[in-house]
Design a protein around this ligand. Structure first.
Ligand SMILES: [Zn+2]
Length: 408
């Protein structure tokens, strides 16, 4: 995972070390220079900037003072690579045009190429890091990207989610440790499940406390799918790290999450729109008209949840599109929705998809900002997304860890 686990606290020191290497070693890569017409650095905006990259890191940042550059992005707005904190990167469309399920006849090679297509679409859309609410299939995809066999975003994965309520506390603890040993970067728990449109908690308070407690001991984040006040409360009391969705939650939950400093990741609508716009694909996977009716109902609630959550003092919000099969590469449509339909300030929305998401993933010293010492994850969009959020849909340049994957 291009050594993301290595997180020296002192960026200044590391910067000196990086520069020292660049000067001292004849094998050091030649610096790459990028001129940005304007730069959103993860916090605010600066105009006409020169960014210097050596290897996979940003090494310098300052005003552009003329001269030749490697990449002239003076017509564009440069941003840190976007981060999506909730995708299902291994959720694919199969060769019959439906949502891929186990045993649908697709060969392993067809699965590999469908997952590679998801990864490429996501990266080309400007998302250089994603957290995948996972599948054990993420592991192979992550490995192929890390060894440079295919292009794709940096992937953090939970591997398979936790949803077996029949397990004893000791078995649950063991499952968390096994996940970690197998390469999970965090764990994903289904804290509530829908039965005929009614949400009920999946795990007991004791089971959740065991799962999130063991994750904490293993230094893994615990991310919980919770839709209602009752299941959110259980997850909060169990000491879990992050709540997903909350589509049926009320202000009481938002205040509780804020008071405990727990991250909250609501979606704006892409996930439901993707189901509704491509019904046939999902009908083949067993979804019926009552499922689609429920999705339309939930879709109508989503922007309101974001408004209420964003109005809660101190609540830490993160951006996760919940992209599944068919929505990979459309992730930024949910950012547009946060502004256009949920009424949020574009600056706050862009901070969330960069610096705030990096902090939520524990990578705030590595990604999500443009500054010396950070990974060279840079994108350029045509237009000013702080005034016209749709600019995030017009990606013209993508660099991940110093390597260019898209330029036009
Ligand atoms: Zn999801």
């Amino acid at each position: 995972m291009d050594s993301l686990s290595e997180r020296p606290g002192n960026r200044a020191l590391r910067f000196v070390l990086v520069m020292g290497l660049a000067v001292g070693s004849c094998r050091a890569p030649a610096p790459v220079t990028i001129r940005a017409g304007q730069l959103f650095d993860g916090r605010g905006l600066v105009r006409d900037v020169l960014i210097t990259v050596a290897g996979d890191r940003i090494t310098a940042l300052g005003p552009y003072q003329g001269g030749q550059v490697t990449h002239d992005l003076s017509r564009y707005t440069v941003l840190p690579g976007l981060i999506d904190a909730h995708v299902h990167i291994s959720s694919t469309i199969n060769s019959h045009g439906g949502m891929h399920l186990r045993n649908d006849g697709d060969t392993p090679a067809q699965g590999d190429s469908a997952r590679a297509a998801n990864a490429l679409a996501t990266l080309r859309a400007g998302f250089t890091t994603v957290a995948s609410m996972g599948s054990s299939l993420d592991q192979g995809l992550r490995a192929r990207i890390e060894r440079g066999a295919i292009p794709g975003p940096r992937i953090l994965t939970s591997l398979d989610p936790f949803l077996d309520r029949a397990l004893t506390p000791e078995a649950l603890r063991q499952q968390v440790r096994t996940h970690h040993a197998d390469g999970a970067d965090f764990i994903k728990i289904f804290g509530s499940g829908s039965k005929h449109g009614v949400e009920i908690p999946t795990y007991t308070a004791e089971q959740l406390a065991v799962l999130c407690g063991e994750a904490r001991r293993e230094k893994l984040r615990s991310v919980v799918h919770s839709q209602t006040d009752s299941s959110i409360k259980l997850a909060v009391l169990a000491g879990c790290t992050e709540i997903e969705h909350g589509t049926l939650a009320t202000a009481a939950s938002f205040a509780l999450l804020a008071s405990r400093g727990i991250w909250f990741d609501p979606q704006c609508g892409l996930v439901m729109r993707n189901y509704l716009e491509h019904r046939a694909r999902f009908e083949k996977a067993g979804f019926d008209s009552s499922d689609f009716a429920l999705m339309a109902e939930r879709l109508a609630l989503m922007p309101g949840v974001i408004r209420a959550a964003a109005a809660t003092p101190g609540l830490r919000l993160l951006f996760g599109s919940d992209a599944i099969a068919g929505a990979h590469g459309r992730n930024a449509e949910d950012l547009v929705c946060w502004v256009r339909e949920a009424g949020q300030d574009p600056v706050a929305v862009l901070r969330m998809a960069t610096a705030a998401n990096a902090a939520a993933l524990g990578l705030q010293a590595e990604i999500g900002s443009v500054a010396p010492g950070y990974r060279a994850d840079l994108i350029a969009v045509d237009g000013d997304p702080l005034k016209d959020i749709e600019a995030v849909l017009r990606v013209r340049f993508v660099m991940k860890a110093g390597k260019v994957y898209r330029i036009e």
